[in-house]
Design a protein around this ligand. Structure first.
Ligand SMILES: [Zn+2]
Length: 325
């Protein structure tokens, strides 16, 4: 009734000397009937984001030990092969200690722990670093950002996440499949036609090369999409400059609307994409600001419709019998 694919990130040098994380299992599941997907990553329970037993304020509890702050980032984050991290401007990029993807990298955007705003340079450097980290992956890459704990960020310190897997996320997979079907049926690129429609609609915000408009069928509050003229991440770098100033405009609009938490996904096709699918950015505002807790829904749940959970279902039967009999 379902298929599964299990990968183990073991004995790679992603995790330096952190032996605890060397045998990291990720289980990808897909319901046969519907195609719905989810991922199970038991090691992510080690983040203990839901296990505070006292009343320590979330922010107070984390700020003193933030591994993304400059004093700790070089000693407490993992490294790529060759003992390296990617450093561009203020940004520092390294493998995710708690991955739920075959390739899963983190880019810390700023030196400041909790900045009130971002500069174009900061966004641009972070996007460029994500591009560098993902451009050679063979899978389906995406660049993602959960800003603030109410948007599901387990770390307040601003960071982007790049992931790439052999299969696309549920949402990206549907878009790729349907884009191809549309092209074969109509001999036209769906995304070119969509961009034209959006420019002439009341949902249009700005942009020509990258068209920004409100999604008519929103995945979340004030979802805004930026339609890019490329499909593959290898063509992304020439748009990093423009995209950085555009993303700042969206963040500024959200702030003026009272939204400080948001999720973002930039989804790309594969290296050998037939270009019937084109890359686009989705940003949604999160309207449940609660600084005392971390939401368990982030970009995977809200923008990719593919939940990341901690517990393997086959362990729940025995666990239930142990706890409840
Ligand atoms: Zn910090």
């Amino acid at each position: 009734m379902f298929s599964e694919s299990v990968i183990r990130l073991e004995n790679n040098n992603l995790y330096g000397s952190s032996d605890n994380y060397k045998n990291h299992l990720i289980n990808f599941r897909c319901e046969t009937l519907t195609g719905f997907k989810s991922r199970i990553s038991p090691a992510r329970a080690k983040r203990e984001i839901d296990c505070r037993s006292d009343n320590t304020s979330f922010e107070q509890g984390k700020i003193n030990a933030c591994p993304f702050c400059p004093e700790r980032i070089y000693s407490e984050t993992p490294v790529f092969a060759g003992n390296k991290r990617i450093e561009i401007g203020e940004s520092v990029t390294f493998p995710n200690l708690f991955p739920f993807s075959k390739t899963h990298v983190v880019t810390v955007i700023t030196k400041e722990h909790s900045p009130c705003s971002f500069t174009k340079r900061q966004i641009e450097d972070a996007l460029q670093a994500q591009y560098m980290a993902l451009k050679d992956t063979a899978g389906y890459p995406s660049v993602n950002w959960n800003n603030l704990s109410s948007a599901g960020a387990s770390m307040i310190h601003p960071h982007m996440q790049g992931i790439s897997d052999d299969s696309p996320s549920y949402v990206t997979g549907v878009y790729i499949k349907k884009s191809r079907e549309y092209f074969l049926k109509n001999n036209k690129n769906y995304w070119d036609i969509l961009s034209c429609c959006e420019v002439n609609s009341e949902r249009y915000l700005f942009g020509d090369e990258i068209v920004w408009s409100a999604n008519p069928v929103p995945f979340g509050e004030k979802e805004i999409r930026g339609y890019m003229p490329v499909s593959k991440i290898c063509d992304f770098s020439e748009y990093v400059d423009l995209l950085s100033s555009d993303i700042l405009k969206i963040i500024d609009y959200y702030k003026k609307s009272g939204h400080f938490a948001y999720n973002m996904t930039i989804r790309f096709g594969k290296k050998d994409s037939d270009e019937s699918f084109k890359a686009f950015v989705s940003v949604i505002a999160r309207i449940n600001p609660n600084p005392d807790s971390t939401s368990d829904s982030a970009y995977m749940e809200r923008l990719n419709f593919e939940p990341v959970v901690l517990t393997i279902p086959e362990e729940i039967g025995a666990d239930y019998r142990h706890k409840c009999r």
